[in-house]
Design a protein around this ligand. Sequence first.
Ligand code: ASP
Length: 343
Amino acid sequence: MKKYLSLFTIFSLLILTSACQPVEESNTEPQESREWSIALHGGAGYVSKDMPEDRKQAYMESLEEALSIGSEILENGGTALDAIEKTVNYLEDNEMYNAGKGAVFTSEGRNELDAAIMDGSTLNAGAITGVTTVKNPISLARKVMTDSKHVFFSADGAETFADQTDVERVDPSYFYTESRYQSLQRALEQEEEGQSSLLPVTDEQKAWKYGTVGAVAKDVNGNLAAATSTGGMTNKKYGRVGDVPIIGSGTYANDEVAVSATGWGEKIMLNVSAHTLAMYYKLNEATLQESMNYLVDDVLEPGDAGFIAVDKYGNYSMKTNTGSMFRAATDSDGNKEVGIWED
Ligand code: ASP
């Protein structure tokens, strides 16, 4: 019996390891400066390769479309901040992603949205958590950065701040989608059966778990910026705040790198992940890819998270240890990647 148990353990470990193979892409380093570059993600997770062809197609098309919105702004001399805000707005409006329309549900059946944006050239940032009536949370986060004395507003306070701006408001029911609601029902059933409901168990749950969106960019003036927007995690409890709006965890930018995260928020924040990448880059004079490898392979554990980053040279890097990450990137040299899995 013991023998079978240990064979089973080895087999399970093998499956887990292969499901969490790192996925990575970058344009070549070093360090010949590209005028501009942009990378975006639509969430990291364990998306099954058996995804129906039409759904896969829809994801690929939306990633392409999001990328073209940001890259056009940069190509025309626009700012990194405008490029990432507009890119994220598009993904927030697309219900395939867990941000804005399409956000996952809390344990109480609500959609509570988090977002953050950071301007690497000023080290200023804006963040919001727990909003329920703001159509595009990343745009409110930008207003927090530019139009308030503060960095981070939560729940009712964030709504009050939103009242003083021109950001578009919606009834909370706008965020309802049937598939996300069904995901919550399944998570609640599993919780009743005594299973952990925060962490994905079946392939289907894993595919639905993540879907946060983010974008990072370098513009023609050499400024870097990062943005991330999310509904959080299905069945998150009352008032849970994830990594996304915590500056330095899910979102960070300085004058050398810009980083946006996706994945298991608790792990991302416990490792102060985005800032860890930035400090590794600075203190070791490392390349962007070396810094990304350190974070994803050495700091985090398989299955935890994925990241996108750009640096001051216009290098981009996208890597996850969860098996898949919706992602896309391009630069002024014409490098371009759009993908979900490793190949
Ligand atoms: N990191 C997000 C959170 O924990 C979830 C995700 O990336 O999908 O709120």
